[in-house]
Ligand binder design. Sequence first.
Ligand SMILES: C[S@@+](CC[C@H](N)C(=O)[O-])C[C@H]1O[C@@H](n2cnc3c(N)ncnc32)[C@H](O)[C@@H]1O
Length: 375
Amino acid sequence: MQAIEKPEYKNLVTFTPNKKTPVYNWLYYKEGYSRELALDLLEYLDEPVLDPFCGSGTTLLACQEKGLESTGTDKLPLAVFASRVKTRYYSRQEQDKASEKLEEVMEGSEPMLDQKYSSKTRKAFDKPVLKKIIGYRNQLVETENQKIRDFLLLALINASMKSSYAWKDGAVVKIKKRPVPPIEKSFRRQVKIMKQHLKKLDREKVKTKVLKKDARDTEIPDESIGGVMTSPPYLNKIDYTTAYNIEQELFFQEKGDNLIRSFFGIEKEPERDSDVTELLDDNPPLEALAYFNDMKKFLKELKRVTKSSAQAAVVIGGGCFPENVIQSDEVIAKLAQKIGFHAPEIWIARHVNCMKNRTQKVGETRESIVWLRKT
Ligand SMILES: C[S@@+](CC[C@H](N)C(=O)[O-])C[C@H]1O[C@@H](n2cnc3c(N)ncnc32)[C@H](O)[C@@H]1O
């Protein structure tokens, strides 16, 4: 296995370039990677492409731009929803209908508080704004045409966060009182922008599926996938359940508690699987054990669903602990080898300092692309 420095990917492994990219930016998903990275790596992959941790749908949109069939799965309802809305095709007529519906909702909805929301959600908005958002949402969910309903709902999710005091600092949602645009303005503006974006994104009409499934058990048929481009949750990094709690609570009526972290990262007494323990130091953090146990299950699932010789590009960052760092790229590559993949190359996109108490450097973690090929 060869480790190759690829500084040209330093920014591309982050979501930042997507912030200005039409359609890709319909949901701000801090944990995502860029369109450019996906377009680049897809050059090496055969179709149909799978992204088992599809998040905000970056891989799937890039596949559409390249005319490749793809499937994405994710466990977070918000991610599945956003990926579906972003990868649908909308006719001129549907777009006009969305504008008509928007005006109907703006004029006809009653501001209301329908249930007790968590203190984080309440603090994120001025009360009249929260009531308006709920009023719009309640009227929107009655819309018969599912495509138009979802299009406007995603616009409202985006607009709501723009008109909120919530501010995402990594996994933590902070509340910072500051001047924000009125929700009516954000909502109308977002729908207008989304319609303009549809003209700007040049994509082919290809089959794209988005499923709410667990990456360790996707239910995708055996040996049906030609290539994989994905980025699993990073060890010890983002708790997806809290990072998107406001959106989840307001729009999906689920906080997302125990939804993701129960699958990746938390187990009281993780199993001591020798395939995993052999690759870690003595007495590894329990979180790391649980995490790589899950990674093993995910890699086995990848082996099952891919065709022979299929390639996978796995974008992954290391784990930062008070005592040491764990280079996840190397552990995943070696774990994959045990399962039946070749792991010829690791492309190191960037090095990140791992700090203790914000001042003491523990070491450096890497953010890399691990290349795998089914044997
Ligand atoms: C690093 S993000 C992927 C971001 C994506 N590449 C993008 O550009 O938007 C990891 C994703 O894994 C999802 N996830 C976590 N555990 C999962 C599981 N067990 N099965 C499927 N998806 C899961 C999270 O909801 C999150 O969307």
